[in-house]
Design a protein around this ligand. Structure first.
Ligand code: SF4
Length: 294
């Protein structure tokens, strides 16, 4: 079971595909940590907890939060979705080995890093921050050096769709354990940039098809194509895990079955602060039939 928590919507990058419009926003999460802990504890079984944003590394007292989760809850594995870029001494920087060590000490086990290309220029074009590719690569080295598992989270765009397998090869060469292929969702900034980066369903599926033709030495997962590939590790093919094996908590505490439908009010399960939220989630599950929501 995966539970994702947005813990702030600020980000240092201005990625062209960003559905959250992070970077114009500067808010930290609006729900208390205690609600987070209560929700996690009330869901049975082993849980993978992912912090996301915006950029979770910008959250004030991130290490204190990770430690608190680690100490208060026993059956969890902590992870993060990150750009690999922090704000340090007044500028954007990579995660230093020292800070990576601190995160590892807090029991952070895995990071999904947003990677848009194996080419510096293309990656920086997407993030609109010169130097972001170099910083990302440094962060990956430092995370790996302290034993944190590194995975790629790579959205398919019109820019990278013809060389996506090169991104996978790059990942293999630097010790990445999974490439997660992401379907671009026409939300937020992606909507504004659709003419530059938008891809059709057919092209998206071609990217997955080509990726599966390789002799991959790492795991490949893909969102939004469960007929071809399971959406997440441990999930069955042809069954969408949203709402059953996955829930997503947005910055204001509202809970959705998956990030891909977080802007769709009809999919809201409830709010983390509600006393009967777990009951509401169980009710929501009865309406699911395994079809993709995205
Ligand atoms: S809706 Fe289902 S298939 Fe689509 S991204 Fe979410 S979990 Fe994956």
């Amino acid at each position: 079971m995966e539970i994702h928590f947005e813990i702030g919507n600020q980000c240092l990058l201005k990625c062209r595909h960003c559905s959250s419009m992070a970077s114009e926003l500067k808010e930290q999460k609006k729900y208390p940590e205690q609600d987070m802990i209560q929700l996690i504890k009330s869901i049975e079984g082993k849980k993978d907890i992912y912090l996301t944003g915006g950029e979770p590394l910008l959250y004030t007292n991130l290490d204190r939060m990770l430690n608190n989760l680690r100490i208060q809850i026993s059956d969890i594995r902590l992870g993060m979705f990150t750009t690999g870029i922090v704000w340090d001494s007044g500028e954007a920087r990579s995660i230093s080995e020292e800070y990576a060590g601190k995160l590892a000490d807090c029991d952070l086990k895995v990071c999904y890093l947003s990677v848009y290309s194996h080419l510096e220029q293309e990656h920086d074009w997407m993030t609109r921050l010169q130097g972001s590719y170099k910083m990302l690569n440094e962060s990956i080295c430092h995370l790996q050096a302290v034993g944190i598992e590194t995975r790629f989270n790579s959205v398919v765009t019109r820019k990278n769709m013809f060389y996506f397998n090169d991104i996978i090869e790059f990942a293999e060469n630097i010790g990445i354990t999974e490439v997660r292929i992401l379907k671009l969702i026409k939300h937020g900034r992606a909507k504004e940039c659709w003419d530059e980066i938008g891809v059709t369903e057919q092209y998206y599926k071609n990217v997955i098809r080509n990726a599966l033709k390789r002799k991959n030495k790492l795991r490949i997962t893909a969102s939004g194509a469960i007929d071809m590939l399971s959406c997440r590790n441990d999930c069955k093919r042809n069954i969408c895990p949203a709402g059953a094996e996955l829930i997503y908590v947005v910055n204001n505490g509202d809970i959705f079955p998956c990030a891909s439908v977080k802007k769709k009010a009809e999919y809201k399960i409830g709010n983390i602060g509600e006393i009967d939220i777990v009951k509401k989630w169980y009710m929501f599950q009865t309406e699911l039939n395994g079809e993709m929501l995205c």
